[in-house]
Design a protein around this ligand. Sequence first.
Ligand code: PLP
Length: 223
Amino acid sequence: MTATDRLTEVLSNIRAAEAEAGRPDGSVTLVAVSKTFEADAIEPVIAAGQRTFGENRVQESQAKWPALKAAHPDIELHLIGPLQTNKVKEAVALFDVIETVDRDKLARALKTEMDAQGRTLRLFVQVNTGAEPQKAGVLPEDAAAFVRRCREEHGLAIEGLMAIPPFDEPPAPHFALLAKLAGEIGLKTVSMGMSADYEIAVAHGATHVRVGSAIFGTRPKPA
Ligand SMILES: *Cc1c(COP(=O)(O)O)cnc(C)c1O
């Protein structure tokens, strides 16, 4: 199977999961995660019609996406990995959505840089639903206050929440928690679910699923 075949299969699985959950057709956006893959592996997937992509590193993205975006201006690029403040300038120039806003210092830097570049990116707050010490994201109990500070103190519109559940736990309770938090805070966008569990995420209300290896194949190196 090619990446294009697998894309078709993942999309049809998403549509089936939407129907199964009684959700409108097309209510879930597939973010195709192309990290570690070169432009020549990504191009066929773009040619097949996919327009939303995710990357986890700014530097790697700078090597391949400016040319791909120039050729396909309707592509929407999501940053799904941690963002250091010294990379904010490059990130604001290249990405359309940053899914990993998780601290005040980063929020301030994003506001300053978006104003300077005259660009408005869509922003999601990352939540560490498993409270894992090594993982980025705000704690679930701090999410509402952080979103409020983003709005009121930093002047940022937050569109939604994103989470990466612990690797070694069933994801469903984490998906349920993230969707509940989004509802409580009044956010409609929920980014959750990866290759192994995106259908479960759709059942729990994901609006965005981030799927890499199920489309592009096993990654050539760890990311
Ligand atoms: C790599 C990555 C994904 C995609 O993972 P797969 O298991 O390959 O689908 C999703 N979200 C984040 C944050 C990632 O870093």
